[in-house]
Design a binder for this molecule. Structure first.
Ligand code: XMP
Length: 334
């Protein structure tokens, strides 16, 4: 098994040729490790799990079982894209689980941000474990661990406290035993993961997509989540992403999204009183997500986003802009 320490002699993977050599080496290693056994992967559709999926499909084909859990907090079109790419285009063994009701029922009435994060993280493991128990003969668990994750867990083991409880697929229940973990990209930095992803045939859009937190729209639908406000957030977020793409900002800004708080203000629409929530736009740049600066979005883009959200999204009657750098605001609102 590969060690968790990146050798100092390991070359930075920054060319297609180096990525292809890495892929060939990992294919050999994975085949040697798993033989003819089945491997399970939680495929969120994020960059890391997508790259691991593409690599393992190449290495072991249908021996890989991908489970995509839709927690109901995905962005617009995201689960559909996972199905289209991995099931339809790459012919992967994909189990799609729509667990929206499970998550939203548990989250109903819960307004504390840390409690929301804990519920989402724990229920994700429950749903994933339920699916794993239904499958026969799965011997290995694959994970999209990357080198910064390993460095982060070393820091945490040394007692440094995190500001928020991040969620991942750690801590599966005792009864789920695996012969081992398959972590083919665990020694790679993010930029290398992207180069490898493109060499595996994943689209540029997919491997360079902005980070999206594990708890998804759950930490952007502030306070107690309701289905109607979540739907408004999903539509507003899709408009922000579309207009960032249309104006060429998408490839340039690190993270950009909408947040919808649980407050209403009075507005007017079609000559009638129209109470609605505000959508808050946040766009930040950062290198390591520890600090962040604000992107200066051109007013023309902001006007377009405002016009579209207030016209197209049910329940939203104002658009606001968050100008707070990190610190003092974290990137996400919860
Ligand atoms: P904050 O809000 O702490 O976010 O400034 C820093 C970066 O981390 C992302 N983030 C998460 N990523 N699981 C993740 O994988 C999580 O639970 C999580 N929470 C925040 C956030 O989007 C930003 O990029």
């Amino acid at each position: 098994m590969q060690s968790n320490v990146r050798p100092e002699t390991m070359a930075r993977i920054n060319t297609v040729a180096l990525a292809e050599a890495f892929i060939e080496e990992q294919i050999r290693e994975v085949r040697a490790q798993v033989g003819d056994k089945k491997v399970l992967l939680a495929l969120s559709g994020g960059v890391d799990s997508s790259v691991v999926a593409a690599l393992l499909i190449k290495a072991i084909g249908k021996q890989l079982v991908c489970v995509h859990v839709n927690h109901g907090l995905m962005r617009k079109g995201e689960s559909e894209q996972v199905i289209e790419i991995f099931q339809n285009q790459m012919d992967a063994n994909l189990v799609y689980v729509d667990a929206t009701d499970r998550f939203l029922n548990l989250l109903a009435g819960v307004s504390d941000p840390e409690q929301k994060r804990k519920i989402i993280g724990a229920e994700f493991i429950n749903v994933f474990a339920d699916e794993a128990r239904k499958l026969d003969g799965v011997a290995f668990l694959a994970q999209g661990t990357i080198y910064p994750d390993i460095l982060e867990s070393i820091k945490q083991a040394e007692g440094k406290k995190a500001v928020k409880s991040h969620h991942n697929v750690g801590g599966l229940p005792e009864d789920l035993k695996f012969d081992g973990l398959v972590e083919p990209i665990k020694l790679l930095y993010k930029d290398e993961v992207r180069v490898v992803g493109e060499a595996l045939g994943l689209s540029h859009e997919m491997v360079y997509r902005q980070p999206f937190p594990g708890p998804g729209l759950g930490v952007r639908c502030l306070g107690a989540i309701t289905r109607d406000r979540l739907q408004a957030l999903r539509e507003a977020d899709a408009i922000v992403r579309e207009e960032f793409a249309n104006s060429g900002l998408a490839g340039k800004v690190w993270q950009y999204f909408a947040v919808v708080p649980d407050i209403k203000s009075v507005g007017v629409k079609d000559d009638s009183r129209y109470e609605g929530w505000p959508a808050i736009i946040r766009a930040v740049n950062t290198v390591d997500a520890m600090t962040a600066t604000i992107e200066e979005i051109p007013y023309a883009v902001l006007h377009k986003i405002t016009a579209r959200i207030t016209a197209e999204v049910d329940g939203i009657n104002r658009v606001l802009l968050d100008l707070t750098p990190k610190p003092v605001g974290t990137i996400e609102w919860e």
